[in-house]
Ligand binder design. Structure first.
Ligand code: FAD
Length: 444
């Protein structure tokens, strides 16, 4: 069996390694248009925060590891078209065209940072650093910029703001919604982080959609309906999107242009599968699917597709959008539904807030927690944590409870470790379940 995988990043590499385990004799060919593999998109923050140097070390896998697994790698090769019925792809390398046949094809071409909505956002001064060539350019340009505009207040924009503050830059953040990280947090949870960013100098432009970027000799002019700002450079921190011009008409797509797949990650062509940032994933809390470009979805779809190549055995369980990061000395983490999104949820929801010390003795920072659950059934739907203590891993426990469909009643009883120095007497995650129950009583 010859398996060709287009895209050698998180999704493609995880699929290749899993297929090697499941099908020891398969011929596996990874193809990528980049010249290197395995770059970590958040690497620029690690570099500027002096956690890594040089930037090239922000890598999750090496070519040698693929060789060790007998996976062939073709780099600097861009797939430009395909004939899905004939099982052939066409790619360009060094100015020439080549063809390659396959028995099974996996589309793992991910996404990149581009927008048709913002006129002028393709300017070189609007920095896009998902891949290594872009990050090299961004490092050089940011070193020489004093005033930087961030277009987008999600995780990428938040992390960039944090990094640039430490570098002493003047930071302006544009966001069309009225607070930071709105997809993941309710406003009251993220407010302390936002206040701290303001105190350290970030100028927020909330409720402002960037419409145009004008490249002028000395820098950039950022235009919204409400204002204009001159800056030295800008960072494209909006949602990423797939570029799938190489597909033929037999591969069905959604209206947002992502590739349509069934529960088994199979496209509308039986021997062709798609994974990672070029597909929508099922939302584990409803019947819908959504576009949520995250490494964890890319890696998990890569693992699952390996099971389904010959026989469709393993449906992909979907996503509840679990994230975590550190911004201005606050660890922030979120999973599942927010309270704001609850307005669109099919059942009535309830919420509870909890404040608790992270541990009794080893640095007693306060953890602020919030849980969102179905009012009637008490099924867990979402959770948010914010603290100066490192609570990032705890969100994974909450995510598991939500994915397993647990209720407050089972979740508050779950096992947890207790240690007199390192933990509190009840884990914040259990406490959230417990407070959820009592919040109902408090209301009555
Ligand atoms: P990609 O990583 O996009 O890789 C696709 C690969 O396909 C690329 O190597 C590309 O060169 C190749 N390719 C594309 N088209 C072709 C073609 N026609 N021919 C050949 N090769 C092709 N997510 C998180 O969960 N946590 C984070 O902290 C995080 N930080 C991020 C920071 C930034 C700045 C950005 C932009 C994104 C971040 N993300 C983060 C999102 C994350 O990067 C993506 O979800 C992830 O990279 C998706 O992996 P993928 O393998 O599906 O696709």
């Amino acid at each position: 069996m010859k398996v060709v995988i287009i895209g050698a990043s998180f999704a493609g590499v995880s699929a290749a390694l899993a297929i090697r385990k499941k099908h020891p004799k398969a011929e596996i060919q990874l193809i990528d248009k980049q010249r290197t593999i395995g770059y970590l998109p958040g690497g620029i923050n690690l570099y500027f925060n002096e956690m890594i140097d040089p930037i090239e070390t922000a890598q999750f896998i090496s070519e040698q590891e693929l060789v060790n697994n007998e996976i062939s790698l073709l780099l600097n090769a861009k797939v430009v078209s395909m004939d899905s019925k004939q099982h052939i792809i066409k790619y360009e390398k060094d100015g020439s065209d080549f063809f390659m046949s396959f028995d099974k094809l996996i589309l793992a071409t991910g996404s990149s940072q581009w927008s048709q909505q913002i006129i002028g956002s393709d300017s070189e001064k609007v920095l896009k650093y998902k891949f290594l060539p872009g990050v090299r350019q961004a490092i050089e340009q940011l070193e020489n910029s004093d005033k930087v505009a961030l277009i987008g207040g999600g995780q990428i924009g938040g992390e960039a703001a944090d990094t640039l503050l430490k570098k002493g830059k003047e930071v302006h953040l544009f966001e069309r919604m009225d607070y930071l990280l709105f997809k993941y947090f309710d406003e009251e949870m993220i407010q302390p982080v936002q206040a701290e960013m303001s105190a350290r100098g970030v100028v927020f432009h909330f409720d402002e959609t960037v419409e145009k970027v004008i490249d002028i000799d000395e820098g950039l002019l950022i235009k919204t309906k409400k204002s204009e700002l001159f800056c030295d450079s800008a960072i494209f921190a909006m949602n990423v999107r797939p570029d799938l011009r190489y597909l033929d008409e037999h591969i069905k797509r959604h209206t947002d242009q992502t590739i349509f797949v069934n529960d088994y990650l199979q496209t509308s062509q039986a021997d062709i599968f798609a994974i990672g940032d070029c597909i929508q994933v099922p939302y584990s809390l409803s019947e819908e699917s959504f576009y949520i470009p995250l490494v964890n979805n890319a890696v998990r779809t890569g693992l699952v597709v390996a099971q389904n190549l010959i026989e469709l055995t393993t449906p992909f369980v979907g996503s509840i959008r679990t994230i975590g990061t550190k911004l201005v000395d606050h660890y922030v983490a979120s999973t599942g539904l927010t309270e704001a999104e609850g307005a669109f949820y099919e059942q009535s929801i309830s919420i509870a807030h909890v404040q608790q010390k992270s541990s009794l003795f080893s640095g007693s920072e306060t953890i602020f927690g919030k849980i969102i659950f179905e009012k009637e059934s008490h099924k867990l739907l979402g959770a948010q944590l914010v603290s100066k203590a490192d609570i990032l891993e705890k969100i994974n426990t909450l995510a598991l409870g939500i994915q397993m469909g647990q209720t407050l009643e089972t979740f508050y009883q779950k096992d947890f470790l207790y240690h007199p120095y390192y933990s509190n007497v009840i884990d914040i995650t259990n406490q959230l379940g417990f407070e959820g129950l009592w919040s109902e009583t408090d209301e009555n």
